[in-house]
Write a protein that binds this ligand. Structure first.
Ligand code: IPM
Ligand code: MG
Length: 368
């Protein structure tokens, strides 16, 4: 069966990093019999420029029909003044929502060679392996009302709505529990039940589900602000962290710096499994479009390449191929190659394409 991939490279450094992912996909198709059909389309600011919207209905249809969507990055100062509904991020959010990708997996793994590239001390981050499970289609990102209203007298009021239901909490918590069982079997559930009703509900529902179905997994709870602090104080205490959309956005950016750079962090956004066991999926680096370095060939493609490794594992059921790719990235780093974002004294600074070359060379070497 041919695997169908839709690539939406997006804006800024998106096309540059996705270019390297395409080379890696090509390698797997040549060398590992990964049968693939690639389609390419627009999302984000580039789509707004072409069509006046951040994603078109036709692209959503293609995304729904694909086995996996690969997204580079969206946004940039060029679109600062477009209408709110047309802003580049709206394209990404609509893809997440329409594909019902409620589970966002953001692993933070510190490669040994990069332990000194982190802003934290080596001993704090060396060997780090945590998985942030972020709820992705609910919460304050999508809750209604979401408006700015005029109160008169020159006074305005901005409203966003944080809202979660039992089923939304249960389905994301089960993803976290299932993942934990394949790891160190520990889940940290994160909310702010000391201030938020949705946090109280989150806490109660997670406990209930745990009692009913996952009592073999160790469950603990942490307030989100404390979790942010603990992530920089002693990140290795965590195994799986499960949290809502907004806290997950913030905590995963913090976690990225533990790994050396935002340019290292991949992510998978998954939907529910259908009757045949397949789930809709989108893979994207956690980093943004980095307009400051876009077009200079300096971007780090590793987060995107590692996102493809996640796709090999979670969508295409090719664990060994995924391991191989992660190993290739590990060796490239061990050999001293660095893009600007992870550059350290004594290492060799390379650009996006050279990093891609090196990963392919390592794949060839490891493949024998
Ligand atoms: C992320 C990004 C997005 C988010 C933006 C681009 C809308 O920060 O994927 O973490 O807030 O979810
Ligand atoms: Mg973010």
């Amino acid at each position: 069966m041919t695997n169908k991939i839709l690539i939406v490279a997006g804006d800024g450094i998106g096309p540059e990093v996705m270019g390297q992912v395409e080379r890696v996909i090509g390698w797997y198709s040549d060398k590992r019999g990964f049968d693939v059909e690639i389609d390419r389309d627009l999302v984000g600011g580039c789509c707004y420029d072409a069509h006046g919207v951040a994603v078109t209905d036709a692209t959503i249809e293609k995304a729904l029909a694909a086995d996996a969507v690969f997204l580079g990055a969206v946004g940039g100062p060029k679109w600062d003044n477009v209408p709110y509904e047309g802003r580049p991020e709206a394209g990404l959010l609509r893809l997440r929502k329409d594909l019902e990708l409620f589970a966002n997996l953001r692993p933070a793994l510190c490669f040994g060679a990069l332990a000194d590239a982190s802003s934290l001390k080596r001993e704090i981050v060396e060997g780090l392996d945590i998985m942030i499970v972020r709820e992705l289609t609910g919460g304050v990102y999508f809750g209604e009302p979401k408006i700015i209203e005029d109160l008169g007298n020159g006074e305005r009021r901005g409203i966003d709505t944080q809202v979660y239901t039992t089923s939304e909490i249960r389905r994301i918590a089960s993803v976290a529990f299932e993942l934990a069982r394949k790891r160190d079997n520990r889940v940290m559930s994160v909310e702010k039940r000391n201030v938020m009703k949705s946090g109280v509900l989150w806490y109660e529902e997670v406990i209930k589900l745990h009692k009913e179905q996952y009592s073999d997994v160790k469950l603990e709870h942490m307030l989100a602000d404390n979790c942010a602090m603990q992530l920089v104080r002693n990140p290795k205490q965590f195994d799986v962290i499960v949290t809502d959309n907004l806290f997950g956005d913030v905590l995963s950016d913090i976690a990225s710096m533990l790994t050396g750079s935002l340019g290292m962090l991949p992510s998978a956004s998954l939907g529910a499994k259908d009757a045949s066991g397949k789930a809709k999926a989108m893979y994207e680096p956690v980093h943004g479009s980095a307009p400051d370095i876009a077009g200079t060939g300096a971007a780090n493609p590793i987060a995107s390449v590692l996102s493809f490794a996640m796709a090999l594992r979670y969508t295409f059921d090719r664990g060994a191929c995924s391991d191989l790719l992660e190993k290739a990235v590990d060796s490239v780093l061990a050999n001293g190659l660095r893009t600007g974002d992870i550059m350290q004294a004594g290492m060799k600074k390379v650009g996006t394409v050279e990093m891609g070359d090196a990963i392919l060379a390592e794949l060839n070497r490891l493949n024998g």
